[in-house]
Ligand binder design. Structure first.
Ligand code: PLP
Length: 395
């Protein structure tokens, strides 16, 4: 009766035999793999035998994508998680315990700040927020319970640059570890582990994937810090989807070219904007007047990132007029797309911050964050001209 539909349809099929090798990786959506024996099942689940059993514990597409990220960062170990935030949660839950203390930069991605301060506090993990551009202030925040310092290589939206080698040295002299969120830099520009960082995090949802169609994060680290990572990834349900890993691996093939083009566009946009009278100030580490320009030159390889922030004279009204007029630059509160996009920190990424804190960082209603894409630089400049033209001459 093997030809009945109810025999044929539910069957687990063998993949077709292939004498040739496909030039693109397959997608493995399987939630579970077939075990050959009880011994093998036991070994696979214990991690003593290579292979896959259950997708939440690991799958081929995560390994294909993760391995490339590991190589890009020169890391010993890598874990792929369902988002950048999941990768940060993975770091917290695998490395920290109740009673531990962390030091965090005062310029972190909003949700990272929330996770590392309010959410971690609920688990009894204390935190101190400091200006990590001030090494002295940062050193003062460490005490005997401090386990981790979290900074971003290039911080949003003022694009301040972390001195990774000095911060790593500071952490290690206090018996703590350094986690660097490298999302704005990417491994093309900066490899924090080679500068002494213990963990590197990338939100793959941004330019790493680069096509606005994936949510994924990676955490890189060292063998000696990895013992609890696979268990936490599985037990807290932070694992990635095969399709997203497959798309992101495809994006990686062009990462170096995309970052290079976007960084060239950013450098030209910054240079253009600083000469415009309607722009009060431009933040870009590639500009000689940026407070971290010398550090950025030393620390980055081939560019200063793809994000440029500028402050329009005339506050929120000027920003609204610019956004309405700059029709070729969509207002997308994310970054790292193929197209140039803009965001408005006051109403999006930094809306949770008190007006006073925003002011002390220099974020106004007129602050615009530009994420440069892959268009010709002429077309980026033209789009900016279009936006600026809507502002009164003496706005
Ligand atoms: C987007 C982002 C995150 C969070 O990543 P998701 O993939 O959105 O969860 C963390 N850090 C930085 C700097 C980001 O830009």
């Amino acid at each position: 009766m093997a030809d009945r539909p109810d025999e044929i349809c539910p069957r687990i099929d063998e993949p077709p035999p292939q004498p040739t090798r496909p030039a693109a990786a397959p997608i493995y959506p399987a939630s579970v793999h077939v075990c050959e024996s009880t011994d093998q099942a036991e070994g696979l689940l214990a991690g003593s035998l290579p292979g896959y059993v259950y997708q939440r514990d690991g799958h081929p597409n995560a390994d294909l994508f993760g391995e490339k990220c590991r190589q890009l960062h020169g890391a010993e170990r890598v874990a792929v998680a369902s988002s950048g935030m999941a990768a940060l949660a993975l770091a917290v839950l695998s490395q920290l315990e109740t009673g531990d203390h962390i030091v965090v930069s005062n310029q972190l991605y909003g949700r990272s700040s929330l996770l590392l301060q309010q959410e971690s506090a609920r688990l009894g993990i204390e935190s101190t927020e400091v200006d990590t551009c001030n090494l002295h202030e940062t050193a003062e925040a460490f005490h005997v319970k401090t386990r981790l310092l979290v900074v971003e290589t290039i911080a949003n939206p003022l694009l301040r640059v972390a001195d990774i080698a000095s911060l790593a040295e500071l952490c290690h002299s206090h018996g703590a570890k350094l986690l660097v969120d490298n999302t704005f830099a990417t491994p093309v520009l900066c490899r924090p582990m080679s500068l002494g960082a213990d963990f590197v995090l990338e939100s793959v949802s941004k330019i790493m994937n680069g096509h606005s169609d994936v949510m994924l994060g990676v955490l890189c680290g060292r063998e000696k810090d990895w013992e609890r990572v696979p268990l936490v990834l599985s037990a807290w349900g932070l694992a990635s989807s095969p399709f997203d890993c497959w798309l992101a691996a495809r994006g990686l093939a062009t990462l170096h070219l995309r970052v290079q083009r976007a960084a060239e566009n950013a450098a030209r946009a910054a240079d253009f904007l600083r000469g415009e009278s309607k722009v009060e100030r431009v933040e870009f580490p590639g500009l000689p007047e940026h407070p971290d320009h010398a550090l950025a030159r030393r620390q980055f390889d081939g560019g200063f990132g793809y994000v440029v922030t500028f402050h329009l004279r005339g506050g929120r009204a000027a920003a609204d007029a610019f956004i309405a007029a700059a029709k070729r630059i969509p207002f997308c509160p994310s970054l790292g797309e193929t197209a140039t996009t803009l965001s408005h920190p006051e109403s999006t990424s930094h809306r949770g911050m008190s007006p006073r804190d925003r002011q002390s960082l220099g974020i106004t209603g007129g602050t615009i964050r530009l994420s440069c894409g892959l268009e010709s630089s002429d077309s980026v400049i033209e789009a900016l001209v279009e936006g600026l033209s809507a502002l009164g001459a003496d706005a």
